[in-house]
Design a protein around this ligand. Structure first.
Ligand code: MN
Ligand code: MN
Length: 386
């Protein structure tokens, strides 16, 4: 009996053991365990995230990755972006893409098995601020007033980007529509005026080419748009201003007095700690030079403008130029008649608003500046006593 008792006990013990093992095998799987890794290599639009699947919860991991959003606690059903980085246990890395610059994001690792999806902790990060639209001191920092392109088909709004200035050329008027350049003391040195007026051979070869003699005996000066005296650091910089694409037929009294005095005033501003973004051009048809009125010169090949205009944005010399243009930034804008009578008034008596020049030319100045700032600064007329 005693012996039988021991036998029974042994059978019962083994049965319980089997039952327990069997029970463990039939235990229902649970959600996996996953943790979110640190976010690395954060840039403007991309970053690197990832996770670690620590436990599969008793069922194979069928999907894993990260999901992210500008809202907290993104899920695989509600996200700005999601990755799928394979299956199984262990560590994985995830490429986060298509982010907005300077924006706070929340990212979570996830892992899915047959039970469902589990998440790691939320990790937040902020993307880098966007690089400025154009670099500091760029000749076209303010924008491209006519949306000029360097496409020969666009022959009346043909973009030419030179080291010393940028311009839009018009193959009908045979002058620039506008020339745009940056000015501070970094462009000023001791190079002499080169006076080497010449054809701009960088124009498409089948276009009419204005030469150094095209204005001869016309009664109009070969008037610089970007001034020779704004580019005196090196001989080649100064020489670069003497291409005929930087010239307009300018009444001598406009060129040599009124216009020249404004150019000198700009250089004085630069020498007193400012940097300037300047855009200038001719407009209209028909001016009067030293031989009287003319609408064209050079056998009708070159149009004589009726006015000359200029927009000058003045900020303290420094970095982050575009961001420093505010509703209080000083802007000088002028429209001057292309006549000998021009010099009967001072340059500052020709001050107008930028809006006036936009209305006249159809160009959009300061298009790289926010419209709310443009609205204010373009409507005002500079009234600083000169
Ligand atoms: Mn600057
Ligand atoms: Mn504008």
């Amino acid at each position: 009996m005693k012996h039988f008792g021991i036998k029974l006990f042994t059978i019962a013990f083994v049965a319980v053991l089997f039952f327990q093992v069997g029970c463990k095998e039939e235990e229902k799987p649970s959600l996996p365990t996953v943790s979110t890794s640190q976010v690395l290599n954060i840039e403007e639009q991309v970053a690197q995230a990832g996770g670690i699947v620590l436990d599969n919860g008793g069922a194979p991991i069928i999907n894993r990755g990260v999901c992210w959003s500008t809202m907290e606690n993104p899920t695989i059903a509600d996200y700005d972006g999601i990755t799928n980085d394979g299956s199984g246990l262990g560590e994985y890395s995830s490429a986060i893409t298509n982010l907005l610059a300077n924006t706070k994001y929340y990212v979570r690792a996830y892992a899915t098995n047959s039970v469902g999806t589990a998440y790691g902790d939320t990790v937040s990060f902020i993307t880098l601020p966007a690089a400025p639209l154009v670099p500091d001191n760029h000749h076209m920092l303010l924008g491209n007033p006519s949306s000029a392109t360097a496409d020969e088909v666009n022959e009346n709004d043909y973009l030419m980007e030179k080291n010393q200035f940028h311009l839009s050329y018009n193959n009908t008027t045979r002058s620039a529509n506008w020339v745009s350049w940056h000015l501070n003391t970094s462009y000023l040195g001791s190079a002499d005026r080169q006076d080497d007026f010449r054809t701009d051979y960088s124009l498409p070869s089948d276009w009419y080419r204005v030469s150094e003699t095209s204005y001869r005996y016309s009664g109009f000066d070969r008037g610089h748009l970007c001034p020779s005296a704004d580019r005196t650091l090196t001989i080649s910089d100064n020489s670069a201003t003497f291409v005929m694409t930087n010239m307009m037929p300018q009444a001598p009294n406009n060129n040599r007095y009124t216009w020249a005095h404004l150019e000198g005033y700009c250089r004085d501003l630069a020498k007193s700690g400012n940097e300037l973004f300047i855009i200038a051009g001719p407009h209209g048809k028909g001016g009067s030079g030293s031989n009287g009125y003319a609408e064209t010169i050079d056998n009708e090949n070159i149009v004589v403008p009726s006015v000359t205009w200029k927009v000058i944005v003045v900020i303290e010399d420094g970095d982050n130029d575009l961001a420093r243009i505010t509703k209080n930034t000083r802007i000088i804008a002028v429209i001057m008649p292309n006549t000998q009578e021009c010099s009967s008034k001072k340059w500052y008596e020709y001050r107008v608003s930028v809006d006036d020049i936009e209305d006249l030319t159809g160009f959009d100045f300061l298009s790289n500046v926010s419209t709310s700032i443009q609205e204010v600064v373009e409507a005002g007329v500079d009234n600083v006593p000169i």
